[in-house]
Write a protein that binds this ligand. Sequence first.
Ligand code: ADP
Ligand code: 5GP
Length: 188
Amino acid sequence: MPRSARLFVVSGPSGAGKGTLVARVRDVRPDLALTVSATTRRPRPGEADGTSYHFLTDEQFDEHVDAGDFLEWAHVHGHRYGTLRSEVDRSIAANRSVILEIDVQGALNVRKAFPEAVLVFIEPPSLEALESRLRGRGTEDEQSIRLRLDNARHEMELAGRYDVRIVNDDLDVATSQLLAALESHETK
Ligand code: ADP
Ligand code: 5GP
């Protein structure tokens, strides 16, 4: 069946497994475009500018806000993050579906700017599992883990506003569910 390019937004609490799931889906569907977001947070070890994120100063971020370059932007865990319109437009024009992996407020803002976007919420099986995944990932200090867990409780309350909800318990099952959800919206 012919597919049409769609904008998918994948969000959910930090540590739910968004990055892991999106990477697995892209192994099967390398045609799916990912955008590189802009952020004011500092790079973590191993993160490259222009690949992981466009790492910007506050002043540079302000310039993009003023120029209207962002499809959406939000304050997340104490920093600013935003999706550049140019990155999304380029892929859709090339008939490639795009996946944005962004926070919950950003996702709901994308729907306002881009009503045909498909919003996918990835949830952990429990808050305990979320905490153990965040600790297991080993990228955050204690303060950042606490902040992410506090935010997770609020984020989970917004799950009902999404088009698709996937519980990431068994990784293989969740990966298949995400692949199926993308395909079903592309062939609608
Ligand atoms: P997010 O992108 O949502 O912040 P990650 O993809 O970084 O989350 O996943 C957080 C941690 O949980 C990682 O260490 C990852 O390997 C692990 N993880 C992801 N999915 C699962 C799963 N289904 N079961 C167990 N661990 C998982
Ligand atoms: P991290 O700092 O762990 O890379 O990302 C922190 C959070 O910022 C994650 O929830 C991630 O989805 C979100 N995020 C990343 N890029 C964007 C973006 O462009 N816009 C918004 N609103 N959130 C983003």
